[in-house]
Design a binder for this molecule. Structure first.
Ligand SMILES: [Zn+2]
Length: 192
């Protein structure tokens, strides 16, 4: 006889009750006459309807701080800055990123050298590795001014194919377009 109460904290697979005692509700599953939790969360028992549910505990979003490394996608490139949608926080790929999931990379923090045209270093659709330079509530400032930071995977600006590294440039295997980017020193080696 399993005895669970409303408010109990359970893990996936925990046996909560039997089908003779309760009806399975949300967040649970039935197997061999037993009712089990399908998520991490809190048990809710409705004695009136005889329904047992598990209210899943939301995953705590990761908190971004200075020095964190993120993987993101370039959304648009302007003269002085570019917008990046933040994908994952390196080392905490299981965690959701906090809102807003966008960051800004200012031209002054794009490269160790002086940058005249930001669109020679980044193009929309590129996947980049960047460091968090500053993170306030509504604003995440990024930096790519070091050799392990920059474009991890670049897309051809003409046909959207993935570009191959060719010396200090990138070439499109599909249309032959020759482009430049601020690539990481491990461009397209598959490491986040
Ligand atoms: Zn192309």
């Amino acid at each position: 006889m399993v005895e669970v109460k409303t408010g109990d904290f359970v893990l996936p697979g925990d046996n909560l009750a039997t089908v003779e005692e309760f009806f399975p509700g949300e967040g649970v599953y039935e197997e061999g006459g037993g009712i089990y939790s399908s998520s991490v969360g809190m048990v809710l028992i409705d004695v009136r309807t005889k329904r047992i549910s598990v209210f899943p505990k939301p995953k705590t979003p990761a908190v971004l701080k200075q020095g964190d490394v993120i993987i993101g996608r370039v959304e648009d490139v302007r003269e002085q800055s570019l917008n990046v949608s933040l994908g994952v926080l390196r080392g905490r790929e299981d965690r959701e990123l906090p809102a807003p999931k966008v960051g800004t990379l200012h031209v002054s923090r794009a490269h160790t050298a002086y940058v005249r045209e930001l669109d020679r270093l980044f193009r929309p659709g590129d996947i980049i590795r960047a460091k968090v330079f500053g993170a306030q509530k509504e604003q995440v400032q990024l930096s790519t001014a070091s050799k392990e930071l920059g474009v991890l995977v670049a897309l051809c600006s003409r046909c959207r194919s993935v570009l191959d590294k060719e010396g200090s440039k990138l070439r499109c295997p599909n249309c032959g377009s020759l482009e430049t980017r601020k690539t990481t020193d491990d461009y397209r080696q598959g490491v986040l």
